[in-house]
Write a protein that binds this ligand. Structure first.
Ligand SMILES: NC(=O)c1ccc[n+]([C@@H]2O[C@H](COP(=O)([O-])OP(=O)(O)OC[C@H]3O[C@@H](n4cnc5c(N)ncnc54)[C@H](OP(=O)(O)O)[C@@H]3O)[C@@H](O)[C@H]2O)c1
Length: 333
């Protein structure tokens, strides 16, 4: 028997509780199934929506175990890719949305959805990062691949106090960039400076959209959690051959821009999708996370470590924006 947080529907009502299950309850994961002792998971905004029944996150059948991230130890593997005792990370690939996710002490996951925990990263640190850190690292890699180097000038991060935004600030800071954090949260300024921001700009500088298709070039690069008018402003304010990595829509999903910044300044709009990121790139991103952030960075970014029972109440806090930093779920506690 093991414990899992189970979302269920009865008479149209969503229920969420910790249940004792056996492996027979867990849907099979296919020919390359890996059975895991899950060690940690994390609580992302998307998980908070799923657990509270908002945002149509769950697309699989009920009952469902949510949690888009997990790290675990291999107990049995039908795939040559892993052997008993290996430590592996799973993020995205429909975990906790279509397939059962990480809020459990045991899981069955397809080997295709797992990568090895890199040397230098503890299981807990991997979940302090979670999808937020992984997405931030993919964004940084995309900028680097487009020649956005620290010498080129300031890089702005929007939604900077959020999970992925603050990870992006930390990563850029650790890599020697001049990081400008854009935030709507005045109480986050100190936290963002401690993460590596050299300057803070208010969120409302971007959210009305650009006044002209091209404004003066302020940024060598940008990492955007917000979308909408904010992203349109960033595109108009990128320097010649600058790039923006777009991963979020916290402020809107529409994008109104013109082709001028692209054809007259050669700027690049780089899309980031952590969910279906190919495994080679996943491995690289996780290795880069392990070598870029220090133990102290991970510690300072941990808002709270909670057990399975606390997930519903802490999810409500996450949705209220009451938590700064990452929430780690110690599923074995
Ligand atoms: N593409 C991917 O693979 C991927 C992966 C992870 C997340 N995401 C998406 O990325 C976004 C951020 O995710 P997260 O986990 O970092 O979420 P989060 O922790 O909730 O952070 C979002 C941040 O955006 C800012 N914000 C919130 N509402 C806003 C609004 N109406 N206008 C402007 N800014 C607003 C806030 O930062 P400030 O208070 O500092 O302004 C907030 O902290 C979400 O849209 C999420 O769905 C995408």
């Amino acid at each position: 028997m093991f414990d899992a947080l189970v979302l269920d529907r009865s008479d149209g009502e969503l229920t969420v509780d910790v249940r004792s299950l056996t492996l027979d309850h867990v849907p099979d994961a296919g020919d390359d199934e890996v059975r895991l002792q899950v060690l940690y998971s994390s609580l992302n905004y998307k998980d908070a929506l799923a657990v509270t029944g908002k945002g149509n996150i769950i697309r699989g059948d009920y009952p469902m175990v949510p949690g888009i991230d997990l790290v675990g130890r291999v107990l049995e593997s039908a795939s040559d890719a892993f052997v008993e005792g290996d430590r592996v990370i799973g993020t995205g690939w429909q975990l906790g949305e279509v397939d059962w996710g990480g809020y459990t002490q045991r899981a069955k996951v397809s080997a295709r959805k797992l990568v090895s925990l890199p040397d230098g990263l503890t299981p807990k640190q991997s979940m302090i990062a979670g999808t937020a850190g992984f997405t931030a690292m993919l964004s940084v890699m995309a900028l680097q691949e487009h020649a956005v180097t620290p010498e080129r000038g300031e890089v702005v991060v929007t939604g900077a106090s959020g999970g992925a935004g603050s990870m992006a600030v930390s990563l850029l800071g650790a890599l020697g960039y001049e990081v400008v954090a854009s935030t709507g949260s005045t109480e986050a300024h100190e936290y963002l400076r401690a993460r590596g921001a050299s300057r803070i700009v208010p969120r409302n500088e971007f959210e009305d959209g650009p006044e002209r298709p091209m404004e003066s070039g302020r940024w060598a690069g940008a990492i955007d959690a917000v979308g909408g008018q904010t992203l349109a402003t960033l595109i108009a304010q990128l320097q010649r051959h600058g790039s923006v990595a777009s991963f979020g829509n916290a402020g809107g999903h529409e994008l109104r821009t013109t082709v001028f910044p692209f054809i007259l300044r050669g700027v690049n709009l780089l899309g980031i999708d952590s969910n279906t990121c190919p495994n080679d790139r996943r491995r690289t991103a996780w290795e880069r996370l392990a070598t870029t952030l220090s133990d102290e960075d991970f510690e300072q970014m941990t808002a709270r470590t909670i057990g399975l029972e606390e997930i519903p109440s802490v999810s409500r806090e996450v949705l209220r924006g009451a938590i700064r930093g990452r929430v780690v779920v110690d599923v074995q506690s």
